[in-house]
Design a protein around this ligand. Structure first.
Ligand SMILES: CC(C)(COP(=O)(O)OP(=O)(O)OC[C@H]1O[C@@H](n2cnc3c(N)ncnc32)[C@H](O)[C@@H]1OP(=O)(O)O)[C@@H](O)C(=O)NCCC(=O)NCCS
Length: 382
């Protein structure tokens, strides 16, 4: 009899694919998309350019980017029946659930065989990138009793989303900050939602089902949901002096409770995305004034570095993203849907990579039940 394979909870450290999309070295805080450092992409590119890079594997030329942008702009609108569908959902429901439902429904409107039809696959990629932000903004307005705002045909991807929330053209600084936030969240290798996308895609189902399943996975508090909890953590610190914040952190750590926005499975130094987001936050505050949460966050980072920095626990991407989104006037429960708006590029890149030489995912299990049991008829069961 052969030895049973080792069971590794959460498949931690088990490679699930060979990939050339995202490189992470958590020991030194290195993050690269398609081999380009995240710091350079955040400074030099737009989200559309980064999405093209992730999905097609190369930086676009001016002509390619213009064509890609124009195709996305043409696909921003929603079918009126998708809007009707959103109107039937309870306004108190979770925005991530509304997004899952609407994206899954898209598969019914755009039927096709994406495996043998590269054009259908390409169009599906563009539609998903273009329409996911429109769904999130439309849902936010519908649940408040307002009509959705038609997408602009003039504004870029980041500016158009902010515009669709309130109907006001955002400032150039707000657009730049939000665009970079989208770039930073666009891809992060084999996390739970990306693995979900690859597993769903490996069955050769349609891309809308792939993205809907990934959104469902992202919604959980252990994955995309953490960014919404950082603000309430910061607001929960009543004594905001340096000593008060240190005491709060010490108490929390003594009770073995996690401090939201700190720690990462991969990074053992400060998450490079947190460093970039903090820089953006300071730009926003220089222009529009600081927030109490930011001052608490900076002091908490200092105190936590002293207390647990030696264990490799530093701010992750969620620590400053909520503070930035709050300053942009975005409701807290849209933070995770915004993560989805951005990450759809990464999911689609992984779908395309999975389809090259695809093999359906079919892991094994370790049987721990009782075998060969004698059936008991209904009248003999106790
Ligand atoms: C992200 C996270 C799940 C990574 O977990 P992980 O790599 O499995 O690390 P572990 O949970 O095994 O923790 C290792 C040690 O660091 C401590 N630690 C990890 N994250 C911590 C945090 N945020 N606050 C306080 N202590 C933390 C653990 O208590 C543990 O300490 P111990 O060795 O004394 O028991 C974890 O850091 C966490 O829950 N962070 C808060 C939630 C969050 O911000 N999530 C967003 C991630 S992008």
């Amino acid at each position: 009899m052969t030895d049973a394979p080792e069971y590794i909870p959460g498949l931690a450290g088990v490679p699930a694919a060979r990939s050339s999309i995202c490189l992470i070295d958590g020991s030194v805080g290195k993050l690269q998309y398609r081999g380009y450092p995240i710091e350079v992409l955040a400074e030099r590119c737009s989200y559309e350019e980064v999405a093209y890079l992730l999905v097609f594997g190369r930086l676009p030329t001016t002509t390619q980017l213009d064509e890609f942008r124009n195709q996305m702009i043409a696909e921003r609108g929603l079918k009126f029946r998708i809007i009707d569908l959103l109107k039937t959902l309870p306004e108190s429901g979770e925005p991530m659930d509304a997004l899952t439902a609407a994206v899954a429904a898209m598969g019914m409107f755009y039927k096709g065989d994406h495996i043998s039809d590269p054009e259908f696959l390409r169009l599906s990629v563009i539609r998903l990138l273009a329409k996911v932000p429109t769904i999130v903004a439309a849902w936010d307005r519908i649940r408040k009793g307002d009509d959705p705002i038609k997408p602009s045909t003039e504004l870029g991807h980041a500016a158009n989303f902010l515009y669709m929330l309130e109907g006001k053209v955002p400032t150039s600084l707000a657009v730049k900050v939000f665009d970079v936030a989208l770039i930073l969240h666009a891809e992060h290798s084999m996390n739970a939602s990306t693995f979900t996308a690859r597993v769903t895609g490996s069955t050769l189902t349609d891309p809308y089902a792939v993205v809907a399943s990934a959104i469902g996975s992202l919604a959980g508090p252990l994955h995309g949901g953490a960014n919404e909890q950082v603000l309430s953590t910061l607001d929960g610190i009543s004594d905001r002096s340096a000593n008060g914040i240190r005491r709060w952190a010490e108490d929390r750590l003594a009770r073995k409770e996690k401090v939201m926005g700190f720690g990462h499975r991969v990074y053992k130094v400060k998450d490079p995305r947190a460093t970039i987001l903090q820089g953006l936050a300071t730009q926003l505050f220089a222009k529009f004034g600081s927030t109490p949460e930011y001052d608490v966050a900076v002091e908490l980072e200092t105190q936590m570095a002293d207390l647990v920095g030696g264990k490799g626990i530093y701010p992750n991407v969620d620590f400053y993203s909520g503070i930035v989104y709050q300053k942009l006037g975005i409701p807290t429960d849209l933070f995770t849907p915004i993560f989805a708006i951005s990450r759809v590029a990464g999911w689609l890149a992984h779908l395309l990579e999975q389809l090259e030489g695809n093999r359906i995912f079919r892991p094994t299990q370790i049987w721990v039940g009782e075998a060969d049991r004698a059936f008991v008829s209904m009248d003999e069961r106790s």
